[in-house]
Design a protein around this ligand. Structure first.
Ligand SMILES: Nc1ncnc2c1ncn2[C@@H]1O[C@H](COP(=O)(O)OP(=O)(O)OP(=O)(O)O)[C@@H](O)[C@H]1O
Ligand SMILES: [Mg+2]
Length: 504
């Protein structure tokens, strides 16, 4: 009898990784990925997902263990060896040159492989036709939305002849519609025989797109399942030790005075076009207002105007009854507003340590007279870390060294601990795992219950529905619907986000 085994694309065998500072990221991870699978790797923040992928990509070396690629033991001394073996990586933060066109970026990236410019463009066009991936070859990267840049990264890998494609949390930068497009592309790539490693925290995505999934927890493999045969609940249990609560305890609102009032606000985008067109809104003490919308419909300009980062063109903004329309960011902050941007790089300086990052927005508190009270600042940093479960070696650790989720938790914690009266949270749970997400959401509800006002901007509709007392939908710079949460459901918000006005 002949038993035919499916061919393996990647085999991890007993991978351990201890970072130079003693951090143990992987503790003997072993599992195998068949050729032509979309393979999910699921795990909480700090589970070791990115570390394992960086090892596969030849960027860092494992402390022990071996990796086989297409049956051969891989000995990489750097990413180029991995690329030559057919591995492509799409990071969360892209590695494209902004001032260059898409074509120039592709040509440049294939240069070390000795692929001619003409060949690159031919291959790019072929793979675009095959997969439905569309990228504008002649446009500059700077002018492209994030979703398109991600497609460029995928085309880049295909041009370099990737057989195994790694996507590290690819949907965290995408809008729901872009996510669907990406999934279509991935399915086509699978048809063409590509093997795809799909890293995520999101249970729904695992169910939607993967064939098989391995769950990592604290550097160990907790199990591998066929996606069809596993429920979201079981995956969640494998990922975190405790029972996961999918719903939040919320008391009914008792809204007080309006804390934030916006009247007929007009704001322009960086390119000078009207981005916010006459928005009216008011949030009371003890209320969470959720703004849903596809990214790029003016949400960013809107919250930047409120937080004093961007000058509005017209209209008024009042904080606790006082006009703050023309105040700059630091003054607005001092009066009790906090803004958590959706990009960690906007809210944190990666190259400095945690205490210094705390001081960035809270210097007033710890240096009222120009002399920094380091001891107090260190204590506060420790308390934020403890309260928000931020895993880092010490308060002196560079923020860059934290996993993405831990960075996010720290940024949130820093602002929430200031006890602002109004908090603007933009995608506050992006990149967080189930446990941390639940924690952050509870914190936002706590703020509301203590009489603060929360303005939540999120592309995650479950989050909007779960947290908001009132919902507004932003479309092309206008709030095209606004009302209590009970008047909305996912379908209705989805339609509104797509610009379809529905009757209440
Ligand atoms: N360069 C580094 N030096 C030291 N420790 C590191 C380094 N990179 C990651 N770690 C640690 O290794 C562990 C695993 O981190 P890793 O980034 O692989 O997790 P992850 O599963 O990708 O998490 P996330 O979902 O938050 O991105 C964490 O404890 C992290 O703090
Ligand atoms: Mg990661």
């Amino acid at each position: 009898m002949v038993i035919s085994m499916p061919p393996m694309a990647v085999e991890f065998e007993g991978i351990h990784k201890i970072y130079p500072d003693g951090n143990i990221a992987l503790r003997g991870a072993s599992f195998s990925i068949e050729v032509g699978e979309i393979y999910g790797i699921l795990g909480e923040n700090g589970a070791g997902k990115t570390t394992l992928m960086r090892i596969l990509y030849g960027e860092i070396k494992p402390t022990s263990g071996t990796i086989k690629i297409f049956d051969h033991v891989a000995k990489f001394s750097g990413p180029w060896d991995a690329i030559k073996t057919g591995i492509g990586m799409v990071y969360q933060h892209f590695s494209l040159i902004g001032g260059f066109t898409v074509a120039e970026n592709l040509i440049l990236s294939a240069l070390p492989l000795g692929i001619s410019a003409q060949n690159v463009l031919e291959r790019a066009k072929e793979s675009m036709e095959e997969t439905g991936l569309k990228v504008p070859l002649e446009e500059r990267i700077n002018s492209l939305p994030v979703g398109v840049r991600q497609r460029v990264e995928i085309v880049k890998a295909l041009v370099r002849n990737a057989k195994i494609l790694i996507l590290d949390e690819p949907t965290s930068v995408l809008t729901p519609i872009e996510v669907e497009d990406l999934f279509e592309v991935l399915k086509k790539l699978r048809e063409s025989g590509l093997t795809i490693l799909f890293i995520t925290h999101k249970l729904k995505e695992v169910k939607a797109i993967t064939d098989k999934v391995t769950v990592l927890r604290k550097g160990q493999v907790m199990g591998t399942r066929r996606t069809k045969e596993v429920s979201e609940l079981e995956l969640a249990r494998m990922m975190v030790e405790r029972e996961v609560l999918f719903s939040l305890e919320r008391s009914p609102t008792r809204p007080g005075n309006p804390l934030l009032e916006v009247k007929d606000l007009w704001v322009r985008s960086d390119s000078g076009l009207p981005a916010v067109k006459g928005v009216n809104l008011s949030i009371r003490a003890g209320e969470i207002l959720g703004i849903a919308g596809v990214q790029g419909n003016g949400q960013k300009e809107f919250v930047e105007a409120i937080s004093g980062i961007r000058k509005p063109e017209k209209g008024t903004i009042k904080l606790k009854g006082e006009d703050i329309t023309d105040l700059d960011n630091s003054k607005v902050y001092r009066r009790g507003l906090a803004y958590i941007p959706d990009m960690r790089s906007m809210g944190l300086v990666m190259d400095i340590d945690l205490v210094s990052n705390l001081l960035l927005t809270r210097l007033e508190e710890f240096s009222p007279d120009g002399v920094i009270r380091w001891r107090k600042a260190v204590e506060e940093t420790k308390s934020v870390m403890k309260l928000f479960n931020v895993v880092a070696e010490s308060v002196r650790t560079q923020v860059r060294r934290l996993s993405g989720g831990n960075q996010q938790k720290f940024m949130l914690g820093r602002e929430i601990a200031r006890k602002p009266d109004v908090i603007i949270a933009s995608e506050p749970t992006h990149g967080l795992d189930v446990g941390a997400t639940e924690y952050v959401r509870n914190k936002l509800v706590e703020l509301r219950d203590s009489g603060k006002a929360v303005l939540l901007i999120s592309t995650d509709l479950d989050e909007i529905m779960q947290l908001s007392d009132r919902i507004a939908v932003m479309y092309e710079g206008e709030l095209i619907a606004q009302g209590p949460t009970r008047e909305f459901n996912l379908e209705k918000i989805g339609l509104l986000m797509g610009g379809v006005k529905v009757e209440p």
